[in-house]
Structure formats: structure tokens, C-alpha cells
Ligand binder design. Structure first.
Ligand SMILES: [Zn+2]
Length: 145
């Protein structure tokens, strides 16, 4: 089975974030930035809301940030049935200062004791797998303080 987001694309996307998924498959965490005014453009979209430019650069960013928000899933939802063995698990919204405060969602790996808003996080990239529906994914871990 080939694991790439293009082979397993989830219906409904408009493709503005394709480069994000391609970059993760390459092992690089990149986020889009407007080529006209340098504004970070995440979630990805095609046109800058600040200056109107259609041009953007995808810049490598160190996946380091802090917990903006988090939740613990106690239920096996139909669309995440691949994660049944992981329940309960924590999903975080990581805020990344190096990318203008962009917020990137991902599963929290490792112990979740001490998870709280503001806790420091470090991300790593997991290769595409059946569990991630064929997408490479950012996994966050509590980084300690
Ligand atoms: Zn702009």
C-alpha cells in the first residue's frame, strides 16, 4: 500500500495545504508565508488576507511552541476508528511563535501528565501510516519547562 496524502486524500479540501502535507512527507515542517508582506498564512489559503497577494513561500519552521488548547478523546469516532487502541488520547493546538503564532493541530505523544494551556511543546514528524489515513503527521510532545 502506498502511503502518501495524494493517494489517500480526504474529500472536501481545496488543496491550499497540499504543500504542507508534501513537506511532512519529505520530513520537513513548513508553513506558508505571504511573499508580498511576509504575513504567515496558516491555516493555508491561496490569497493573503493582509495585502491580497497570491504569491507565497513555504518556509521551514522548527516545530516548537506551546499548548494553545487541548482536549482528550475518550470515544472512538467513526472517522478516527484507526485510533481505537489509543483511546483515550490527547489532541493539542500548538501555537508556534516562530511562525507568527500560527496554530497547528496534532496528537500529543507520550505522557500527557501536566498538559495545560501554555505548556511547552516540541513536534516531530511521523511517516504516513494507516493510522494517520495515509498522511504524514506532526506529533507533539510536552517539552518540559
Ligand atoms: Zn500579504
Amino acid at each position: 500500500m502506498e502511503y502518501s496524502f495524494r493517494a489517500h486524500r480526504i474529500a472536501g479540501g481545496i488543496g491550499a495545504d497540499d504543500r504542507f502535507w508534501e513537506s511532512l512527507e519529505e520530513g520537513v515542517f513548513r508553513l506558508p508565508r505571504c511573499a508580498g508582506c511576509d504575513r504567515w498564512m496558516w491555516p493555508a489559503h491561496f490569497r493573503c488576507g493582509g495585502c491580497g497577494s497570491w504569491e507565497q513561500r513555504w518556509e521551514p519552521v522548527e516545530p516548537v511552541g506551546s499548548v494553545y488548547s487541548w482536549t482528550r478523546s475518550w470515544y472512538v469516532f467513526d472517522r478516527t476508528a484507526e485510533r481505537a487502541e489509543d483511546v483515550p488520547y490527547v489532541v493539542v493546538v500548538a501555537e508556534i511563535p516562530a511562525a507568527g503564532g500560527a496554530r497547528v493541530v496534532g496528537v500529543l505523544d507520550g505522557p500527557d501528565e501536566g498538559v495545560r494551556v501554555g505548556a511547552p511543546l516540541r513536534g516531530r514528524i511521523d511517516a504516513p501510516s494507516a493510522k494517520s489515513k495515509g498522511y504524514a503527521a506532526v506529533r507533539w510532545s510536552l517539552a518540559g519547562e
